[in-house]
Design a protein around this ligand. Structure first.
Ligand code: ZN
Length: 252
């Protein structure tokens, strides 16, 4: 895999911890690769990413991996708030348009190669390959609804929700636990599950924020097969997602 080192961004500082365990995927929302390089390397913009991938599949290294690039901003995942310190940031040369333009094949192929390399190097788990929208769901929507997460799920690069059998027993145990902890409405359960998965569910009292979080979740996991808003479907999928995670934990 060829990396281009021709351009460097001055926008980084020291990581607070040396542990790299997340990868955050972004789009630049700019028109071209040249514009993206210029933007991410201009000191005044105070943003950057470790990698930038062009529509033709060229991979630019803008910040050394051991430094803290400035891509995630105000973010949250599993209780952690300094996401920049523990992650590698990858920007994709993509601008969403009204005609629902797709990511190019070349860009996706290069991203697959880069992710495979980073996952091996830092032993990053599939559930820690995230979009910017996962760690900042109330501010950001990138990498957006056209990002082909299914390709990454099939290649076991990102987390895939699997169908489970024989879960009625564990569901009974959990139902008692929910009752004891007054997690009794569907909405409370959804919020509990999403929080357990890693999402920021602090201050979720406002209804529009819950809807925003569900829409971000939906754009990643494609819960609604059509545009029809199916509440029952998203409830079942998030529950299954949660069960996937606790059952993998129990197996360890
Ligand atoms: Zn972003």
């Amino acid at each position: 895999m060829k990396l281009i080192h021709k351009f460097k961004s001055p926008n980084f500082n020291k990581r607070i911890s040396n542990k790299i365990n997340l990868i955050i995927i972004h789009y630049t929302a700019l028109k071209s690769i040249n514009e993206s390089i210029e933007y991410l390397c201009a000191k005044k913009n105070r943003v950057s990413a470790h990698y930038l991938i062009s529509k033709t599949g060229a991979i630019y290294n803008l910040v050394p991996e051991n430094q803290r690039a400035w891509h995630a901003g105000e973010s949250y995942w599993k209780g952690e708030k300094d996401i920049n310190s523990q992650s590698i940031g990858i920007e994709l040369d993509y601008l969403p348009l009204k005609n629902h333009n797709k990511y190019t094949k070349e860009l996706i192929n290069s991203l697959i190669k880069l992710l495979k390399l980073l996952i091996k190097k830092y032993k990053i788990k599939p559930h820690n390959i995230l979009g910017h929208s996962d760690v900042a769901p109330y501010r950001k929507i990138d990498p957006g609804t056209n990002f082909p997460w299914h390709i990454f799920e099939e290649k076991k690069i990102s987390f895939k929700i699997k169908k489970l059998s024989n879960v009625s027993e564990i569901k009974n145990v959990l139902n008692n636990w929910y009752k004891k902890n007054q997690i009794n409405s569907k909405e409370k359960k959804i919020i509990f599950w999403l929080g357990y998965i890693g999402y920021d569910v602090r201050n979720l009292r406002k209804k529009y924020k819950i809807n925003q979080l569900l829409s971000i979740y939906n754009s990643r996991y494609k819960v609604y097969k059509s545009n029809f808003y199916n509440k029952k479907n998203i409830f079942n999928v998030i529950e299954l997602h949660f069960l996937n995670i606790i059952l993998t934990k129990l197996k360890k």
